[in-house]
Design a protein around this ligand. Structure first.
Ligand SMILES: [Fe+2]
Ligand SMILES: [Fe+2]
Length: 386
């Protein structure tokens, strides 16, 4: 291995580790060439909500910036970089334009003195930014910039290719959903809401369970797949108005195994076994009806046998089921649903920290509930969820 900044990139494309891990390895290998490089971070841009969110980082000293989102439109200088595709070099961070911005404040608190910022693009436009920071002033001279720009294009390719894999996977499940009328059954709004509740919970328990932003982003993307197996359930059960009898319940419960088989098949078809966090996708589908006291299905797992991603999705999914109206019941008020989750946590069924995280985020929960409302179907409210 030479000291060239591009040679370590070979490792970047070996998808055996998470992107965060690969970025850290790469950072280590860039140090002989750029010794004063103290931090590399990539923030992703969500165009539908105009938000930049922290994603992966490699931070040598101090507290990393994690779990942070902010509107791109509030950052004029980044907005300009996004539009022009230019890089930004700041030789002293006191010259940072949004000097009161929490992000800028954090950079100064950590003792960073200079920075280099590069926008990243994918086929559909801006996908995010790469930030390089140093505790030395003027660390990013023309030679360093040239080395880092080469590095940036490789990281951009990598992030793009991983996102393309995830999107291909999600798109293929969407086709399957459309094909199977699942769209009529499970409104898009339910999936939008529960994915966002899951993200809120994950943020709330991130410190305790050591979940990084990459994990949380994948959880957010994969949470809506939890019930994908319902595309294999006959319409007479799936679309039945009113409660299911016991036999129908048994059949409905097979959606978990059907979902696991479907995810495995799609992963095989797309050759996605190496996708980081593909285990997370499987766990969400396989374990979202398991309960901590062993009373869930299909396997009756208990305690630590149930992975954190599934615990989070379970709480988010139950909360949305309780607060959504069904043909046989009205939607519960958020506070009543949160109280019921608390009761289930105290009974040992749900992860108490996940429930607490949702309760602590009451106001954000309410915003999500209000923003992503079910469209009334022509012939009444959404069908039953079982
Ligand atoms: Fe389910
Ligand atoms: Fe659901």
């Amino acid at each position: 291995m030479t000291d060239s900044p591009t040679s370590p990139l070979v490792n970047l494309f070996r998808a055996t580790h998470s992107l965060s891990e690969r970025l850290r390895q790469l950072h280590q290998r860039l140090l002989p060439t750029v010794p004063s490089l103290d931090r590399i971070a990539c923030a992703l841009y969500d165009a539908t909500e105009d938000r930049l969110k922290t994603f992966i980082h490699s931070t040598r000293h101090g507290q990393p910036l994690q779990g942070y989102e902010w509107p791109l439109s509030e950052s004029q200088s980044l907005l300009k970089l996004a539009e022009t595709g230019e890089f930004r070099v700041l030789d002293t961070l006191s010259s940072l334009p949004e000097s009161d911005h929490p992000h800028a404040r954090w950079l100064r608190e950590q003792g960073y003195q200079s920075s280099f910022t590069v926008p990243m693009y994918g086929p559909q436009g801006l996908i995010g930014f790469l930030f390089f920071d140093s505790s030395e002033t003027g660390a990013f001279d023309v030679r360093v910039q040239r080395d880092l720009v080469m590095f940036c294009s490789q990281v951009t390719m990598l992030v793009n290719s991983e996102m393309a894999m995830v999107k291909a996977m999600l798109a293929s499940t969407q086709v399957a959903r459309d094909f199977a009328n699942l769209r009529d059954f499970e409104t898009g709004a339910h999936l939008e809401r529960m994915a966002r509740y899951a993200k809120l919970i994950a943020r709330g328990v991130a410190a305790h369970y050591q979940l990084d932003d990459e994990f949380i982003e994948h959880l957010y993307l994969f949470a809506p797949l939890h019930d994908i197996g319902k595309i294999g359930i006959p319409d007479r059960i799936l679309l039945k108005e009113g409660r299911l009898n016991e036999h129908e319940h048994r059949l409905m419960e097979t959606h978990v195994e059907l979902g696991c088989a479907l995810v495995n098949k799609i992963m095989g078809d797309f050759n996605l076994q190496s996708l980081p966090d593909s285990t997370m996708m499987r766990n969400i589908v396989a374990c979202h009806h398991e309960l901590l006291d062993g009373s869930g299905y299909p396997r009756g797992l208990s305690g630590d046998q149930i992975p954190i991603e599934a615990r989070i999705v379970t709480v988010a999914d139950i909360f949305d089921a309780l607060t959504s109206p069904r043909p046989y019941k009205g939607g519960w008020r958020n506070d009543d649903a949160l109280a019921e989750l608390q009761r289930m946590a105290e009974a040992g069924q749900l992860d108490p920290l996940c429930v607490k995280a949702l309760r602590d985020a009451r106001e954000q929960v309410l915003k999500i509930t209000e923003r992503y409302q079910d469209k009334q179907l022509p012939d009444g409210p959404a069908p039953a969820a079982h």
